[in-house]
Ligand binder design. Structure first.
Ligand SMILES: [Zn+2]
Length: 482
């Protein structure tokens, strides 16, 4: 067992962090989106018939341990600009069924994500949820507070800590533990460190390789990734039933101030036990899974398992659409499998994840871990099987369906990642962007090929007429077929 040492002081690094840069809180009132087409409404109604909406277990868990609501006043940065407004999501009511402008399964997820505030996970472990895209977890140590992940910005992190202090003793922050190298879990570091007795010396514990991974992705490709993230998260859409309802993985992005502090300790061994402020943490490194640098851990004193972002209440992205290196599905599967092996026999009261509400009870925890392990393994293996039969990525994505046992589990459904684009991710990870058809090797760019298609089809008037007919029938996007 090693003790945490205090090595480096506090330095802030001016970096544009990709995940949230370019996000903004938009004013819904000024936008007037069009009503849903009848094709969209009937596709959404069909979804409603497929799933068991009488199952309220997730709602029960999302409310469990509730202590206090969020402060609903908008959070502003030092210039007075609103960076987080919880009221943005107040149109989402828990007792209000989906209007069929929204996929009912996604609406249910938005309702769950909107259950926010300060919660007790178990005695000594607390969470603030709905205050950012991610979740803040506070573990009460022997002398102070050990904060697990910091939200994405200084302002939201501070608001979360203040909410905790309104209801729990105001002890100083004694350590920060960061689960992985994505900005939505460390961008609020300075917002947390300010509550330490000596902010310049607060221990910051991270998984091996964290520093390099956290910085490189953002510096090399920050510009294009921010732009793509805007499309991926729908930042500029108005929040309402015809626009933005949820990010799927969390309520939405914060537009606050990012910060970075150099870690004081990297967990370097595959399995390592560390005492932090009198509390025993058993770490398991899970590199190259959901993030290149990531770790899980079991907090012995509180019988709580933390699994970072490798599981949660949605199918995740094997390839994130903002752009990043495609993830290694087999290593992700291995991370979940090793977690079951290493911690499965422990006395687990609760499992905490990086974005959503916890899971309570050892049996439920193992069921979730095993189900998601099997989910990613299935997507991986079946994509490989069909690729070997000669199918292209698009063909595999159309053909592959999940077995009912995996498909009907709410946590496995695609609110963030989807089955179709994850299939293409697995194909691309092994075989690259080229689908093997020589005619697709060097196509004309879209603008040039588009002009030729229009010309060959008899001109724009004819094409627009046909496109309008297809639009009316809903024959314009893959998802409307399901
Ligand atoms: Zn995250």
């Amino acid at each position: 067992m090693s003790k945490v040492s205090l090595i480096k002081g506090m330095v802030s690094v001016p970096i544009v962090f990709v995940l949230l840069a370019g996000s903004s809180v938009t004013n819904a009132a000024s936008e007037k989106p069009m009503p849903a087409t009848s094709a969209t409404i009937s596709a959404n109604k069909a979804f409603y018939e497929q799933l068991d909406f009488t199952d309220k277990e997730d709602f029960k868990n999302a409310h469990k341990g509730f202590i206090a609501p969020l402060n609903m006043n908008p959070i502003k940065n030092s210039k007075g600009v609103v960076v987080w407004d919880s009221d943005r999501y107040s149109f989402i009511k828990e007792d209000q069924p989906a209007s069929f402008t929204v996929n009912p399964s996604l609406w249910r997820q938005a309702q769950l994500q909107n259950i926010s505030g300060l919660f007790k996970v178990v005695d000594g472990v607390y969470q603030v949820r709905g205050q950012d895209l991610s979740v803040l977890t506070i573990v009460e140590g022997k002398t102070g507070l050990i904060v697990l992940d910091t939200l994405s910005t200084i302002e939201t992190a501070k608001a979360a800590m203040e909410l905790y202090f309104e209801h729990r003793p105001k002890n100083p922050v004694s350590a920060i533990v960061i689960s992985h190298s994505h900005a939505d879990h460390f961008g609020g570091m300075k917002g947390i460190a300010q509550y330490a007795e000596n902010p310049a010396k607060v221990p910051i514990i991270v998984p091996a390789g964290f520093n390099d991974e956290a910085l490189s992705e953002n510096i090399l490709l920050g510009n294009i990734m921010s732009r793509r993230a805007g499309y991926m998260f729908g930042n500029l859409l108005p929040a309402n039933e015809r626009g933005f309802v949820t990010s799927g993985i969390g309520p939405g992005l914060s537009n606050g101030t990012f910060s970075y502090l150099p870690p004081t300790m990297e967990v370097k061994d595959d399995i390592q036990t560390v005492e932090i402020d009198g509390i025993t943490f058993k770490f398991l490194l899970t590199p190259d899974s959901e993030a290149p640098s990531e770790m899980h851990y079991y907090i012995n004193d509180y019988k709580t398992l933390v699994v970072a972002e490798n599981t949660g209440h949605t199918l995740h992205n094997i390839y994130t659409l903002r752009g990043a290196k495609t993830r290694d599905t087999l290593k992700w599967v291995k991370a979940l499998d090793e977690t079951v092996d290493l911690f499965g026999n422990e006395d687990i009261d609760a499992m905490v994840t990086a974005h959503t509400w916890p899971v309570w009870g050892r049996d439920n925890v193992l069921e979730q871990l095993e189900s998601q392990r099997d989910l990613y393994k299935y997507i991986h293996d079946q994509t490989i099987r069909l690729a070997n039969l000669g199918l292209t990525p698009d063909e595999i994505a159309e053909k592959l369906k999940l077995p009912e046992k995996l498909d009907k589990v709410w946590a496995n459904r695609g609110y963030y990642g989807t089955l179709k684009h994850n299939v293409k991710a697995v194909y691309n990870f092994y075989l690259g962007y080229f689908n093997g058809n020589p005619s697709d090797l060097d196509p004309l760019p879209q603008e040039e090929s588009g002009a030729k298609y229009i010309e060959y089809m008899g001109g724009e008037k004819k094409v627009i007429k046909r496109a309008k007919l297809d639009y009316k029938k809903g024959n314009i996007a893959g998802w409307l077929k399901y």
